[in-house]
Ligand binder design. Sequence first.
Ligand code: 0O2
Length: 209
Amino acid sequence: MIQQWDLFLAPYKQAIDELKVKLKGARSQFEMHSEHTPIEFVTGRVKPIASILDKATRKGIPLERLEEEMQDIAGIRMMCQFVDDIHRVVDLLRKRNDFKIIEERDYVTRKKESGYRSYHMVIEYPVQTIKGEKIILVEIQIRTLAMNFWATIEHSLNYKYSGQFPQEIHERLVRAAEAAYLLDEEMSQIRGEIQEAQAIFSRKKEMDT
Ligand code: 0O2
């Protein structure tokens, strides 16, 4: 059984490994051109088997339809400093020709009821295997550092309370989501100042090394 899962998940792992190299490469290119990089950092994961089974049950997805119907078995996260950077990253991804975008969900302009904000893109990514090409669905989540902070905390609390938050925690999370939104707004207002400071800092680092 475990061996079957390993075989099933292998192309997802390959897709994640390749995409991480490619998207981190995009970040390095911005740095090499001494341009502000809209990509702060990139992470990726293959969904653990227990979470796949959990979600399949929750959403009524038969296991033989996982490939077609579960869009986030392979997941990439791209973190940005500013909300505007999210749109730059989205444009960048739209211009690439190594995958096909099949769906976009904008929870940045329209947040979820929970307070969750992020830009989601589902892509079809071709993986070359010894048996030929295999198309893998990958969900790319693009979000600011503040959105990521909130989502990470909310996700672990969600796990702890199985989605049934006590009222007080729920209210605090709603307030924390508002605070994260305000933080993003404030940072956007002083974006010019921040970028100037970062440019000076990285020039100093170059001179010191
Ligand atoms: P993981 O890997 O544990 O993060 P659904 O799963 O029903 O919410 P759907 O249709 O599968 O939604 O896709 P959607 O809305 O794009 O959400 C999929 C993923 O987005 C989730 O994956 C989370 O990573 C993230 N997400 C969506 N809503 C929330 C939210 O309210 N809070 C947090 N913290 N994250 C959210 P999974 O399945 O939870 O898996």
